[in-house]
Design a protein around this ligand. Sequence first.
Ligand code: NAD
Length: 297
Amino acid sequence: MANVGFIGLGNMGGPMAANLVKGGHSVQVFDLSEAALSAAKEAGCRTASSATEAATNVDFIITMLPADKHVKSVYLADDGLISVLNKDTLAIDCSTISAETARFVGAALKEHGIDFIDAPVSGGVGGAKAGTLTFICGGEAGAVARARDVLQHMGKNIFHAGDSGAGQVAKICNNMLLSVLMVGTSEALQLGIAHGLDPKVLSQIMAASSGSNWTLDVYNPCPGVMDNVPSSNGYQGGFLVDLMSKDLGLAQQAALASGAATPMGALTHNLYRSWSQLGHGREDFSSIFNYVKPILK
Ligand code: NAD
């Protein structure tokens, strides 16, 4: 059993911290949201009154925050974690952020003798609740091996993608592909519906055919096709349009920096940005289904 600090108890972090408790760890948590803290307390976590308190005297500190600026400030601000972490604490950031920021935070902590890995996740809120996430790690092999003690209680796959920042690069490659699949699946379903097809039947046909993919088979964007997915819950409770838009921006930055050609990624980035600007930023990313509704003739 390890002493674990956990900061960021949102859609993902809340259930991840709860699974650490189920795995027998002692977990002290912090979030800016009182509601998130209360839910974590009910799940058996000990609540702290600040991020630094949650990170004091722990074997592992895990962060699951929205974006680069939150991770930078939680770790490196004057009153940030860097001022309280023990040298033998392993810092694990599971947020999806740029590889540059991951390397920057990792290097700053290293100067203080603290090990840091980037460990963004795939698998969505369902995977976070079920403890079946995929962790995509970047950092020194020894630190990644040590992180397995806690990551195994929150996920079923733990990959080591390479050095510091490599986990973030692999993660944005995955999410760029995910966005392309989601938009394509939405278009195909809307086309079938516009021609009178039952979306459940069409989904079964495509799932058994060459159009099969995760967004169709596991996370169907059409309301009523599947239970327990955001589309059947008013597009609430999943992966926000604004977070997908952020990840696609990170992918475009990485493409520009390397000269990689990502025309489909650029297109989905623009679609998700405008969907957010139309007021859908706080919905699950499968709500893009409604953006590709047929135009009424
Ligand atoms: P979320 O918005 O639901 O949760 C983020 C939490 O961080 C909130 O509870 C917020 O109060 C807290 N927070 C923000 N700043 C803080 C601070 N300074 N100190 C303490 N707490 C702070 O987001 P989420 O869906 O849980 O996603 C978290 C990260 O995981 C993001 O980087 C996202 O891109 C990534 N991710 C999300 C999903 C998903 O399906 N939701 C899947 C994979 C990866």
